[in-house]
Design a protein around this ligand. Structure first.
Ligand code: PLP
Length: 389
């Protein structure tokens, strides 16, 4: 066993079921292990490496920022943080942004916004319930485990915070019932349940949730941690459905490889958080933000067109292929339901130099948005062969 793996098994908390590969460098969609073996990566570090490994433009933005100023506290203003916030607002119509360092933190902020907004409206903490969906995933902090609508995340770490209610995905009656029977402040949904098995919500459900929120004066909040930043062929996945959320959380692909989380707050709740209500030492870090600005600048219509083309190629190649039962997802967030065991297939792919992911019982693909067509074709060819076995 190589020393990286040995030391990891000895010294790193065993929270991850890692694949047997230690990656030491990468460029574009290709990564290499310490023996020099090449892998085509169809996972992008779980939707993080938006333009692949060590992308030149992102790298230069980060390096230039390290040269300029790498970190200061949130007691001072910095350009990358304010530029990024302005860009996010201008591209989404949102009004304010809070920066953290992860998806879970972006969602924590969303819940704080909703509860503070309701507090200011009612003058007390009575309307504190946030409705999330069964089979959702919102992160690993104690509160976000509570927000996550999957039973098996609600063990071992209790007591869990109260104030989360779970509705059935694609069932508006279930959302309406919870709203009628409880004092709520928000509904939080993923447009495509990623960890839940790449399950897109129906268009009528998404617009129905927005309508229920506005009828009942609740915040309509969308978790775009995995779906955001061009992944679905639109800047944010909600944009595929013509809805306008009150709060959007995002992370992963925004950073392009550095930790960042952002909670975007719309007009309705833009003044909910006041001085002292929230904070983060590293939130809005200049290096992470400079990298994110360079990513966001490049999520152009042309790149979105490329996402859609690559997506169509994958769907066309796998539709009707041997042992493929169904394909779900939008853009370059794709779930493949197969006859065999997804994890075993992904293990075999690794041996053959292709990195892919699983989500529940599916194979999950989240390739870089600009993956070379040659790399994509080669990797999908190998994927097809392994699924067919
Ligand atoms: C939809 C969604 N929300 C939240 C998270 C948590 O993000 P992080 O691991 O950055 O805290 C994830 C991570 O997979 C996610 O997919």
């Amino acid at each position: 066993m190589n020393t990286i793996i040995q030391n990891d098994l000895t010294y790193v908390a065993g929270t991850y079921a890692r694949f047997p590969a230690a990656l030491v460098n990468g460029k574009g969609a290709k990564a290499y292990d310490e023996t020099g073996k090449e892998y085509i990566d169809l996972g992008s570090g779980i939707a993080v490496n938006t333009f692949g490994y060590s992308d030149e433009i992102w790298k230069n933005a980060v390096i230039n920022q390290i040269d300029a100023i790498s970190h200061t506290s949130n007691l001072y203003y910095t350009d990358p943080c304010t530029t990024l916030a302005k860009m996010l607002c201008e591209k989404t119509g949102m009004k304010k942004v809070f920066f953290g360092n992860s998806g879970a933190e972006a969602n924590e902020c969303a819940v704080k916004v909703a509860r503070k907004w309701a507090y200011e409206k009612y003058g007390d903490e009575s309307h504190n319930n946030v409705i999330t969906l069964i089979n959702s995933f919102h992160g690993r902090t104690i509160a976000m485990l509570s927000a996550t609508g999957q039973e098996h995340f609600h063990h071992f770490f209790g007591p869990f915070p109260e104030g989360f209610l779970y509705a059935e995905a694609n069932n508006l009656k279930s959302v309406r019932k919870l709203i009628e029977e409880n004092k709520c402040c928000a509904v939080l949904i993923e447009i495509i349940q990623g960890e839940g098995g790449v399950m897109p919500l129906s268009s009528s459900f998404i617009s129905g949730v927005q309508a229920l929120c506005s009828e009942n004066d609740l915040l309509f909040m969308v978790d775009e941690v995995q779906t955001g930043n061009g992944r679905t062929g639109e800047l944010f996945a909600y944009m595929n459905y013509g809805v306008q959320p009150d709060v959007v959380s995002t992370a992963k692909g925004l950073g392009g490889g550095l930790p960042i989380g952002a909670c975007l707050i719309g007009d309705k709740a833009k003044d909910a958080l006041k001085s002292g209500d929230h904070g983060s030492t590293f939130g809005g870090n200049p290096i992470a933000c400079a990298g994110a600005v360079s990513i966001l600048e490049r999520l152009t219509d042309d790149v979105m067109k490329g996402v859609k083309e690559r997506s169509s190629y994958i769907f066309d190649a796998l539709n009707g292929a041997k042992n493929v039962k169904s394909i779900s997802g939008i853009g370059l967030m794709i779930g493949i339901e197969v006859e065999g065991n997804a994890r075993e297939i992904v293990n075999r792919l690794l041996e053959r130099g292709v990195l892919a992911l699983t989500a529940k019982t599916k194979i999950r693909l989240l390739p870089p948005l600009n993956i070379d067509f040659d790399d994509l074709k080669k990797a999908i060819g190998i994927l097809k062969e392994e699924i067919a076995k």
